[in-house]
Design a binder for this molecule. Structure first.
Ligand SMILES: N[C@@H](CCC(=O)N[C@@H](CS)C(=O)NCC(=O)O)C(=O)O
Length: 94
């Protein structure tokens, strides 16, 4: 499995600095006090290509929690609205 996805206990987010969806996703994680590794992929075309292969999506952000692809900002907020994000974050901290 690609190292990009991380593993249990990790949150990885792939972003570009000027992307409002990226800022919004990180704000939600910050508000929840989550620790994450943020990688700016704006100058990393090979990482973007690998993310595209892994997720089937060409947009940023791409978020992985506990080695699982979450999707982007909308999916992160949908998980939160469904009450599923907090347990995932608790598993990271756990
Ligand atoms: N629905 C996505 C939208 C993300 C999105 O549109 N990101 C823009 C940058 S702010 C992007 O990656 N655009 C590049 C593209 O569409 O190829 C999400 O919630 O993450």
């Amino acid at each position: 499995m690609s190292e990009l996805v991380g593993k249990q206990g990790e949150i990885k987010i792939y972003t570009t600095p000027w992307c409002p969806f990226c800022i919004r996703a990180k704000r939600l994680l910050d508000n929840k006090g989550a620790q994450y590794e943020d990688t700016n992929v704006s100058t990393l075309p090979s990482v973007r290509a690998e993310l595209r292969q892994l997720t089937g999506s060409r947009t940023v952000p791409q978020i992985f929690i506990n080695g699982q692809s979450i999707g982007g900002c909308d999916e992160l907020h949908a998980l939160d609205a469904a009450g599923k994000l907090d347990p995932m974050l608790a598993a990271v901290a756990g």
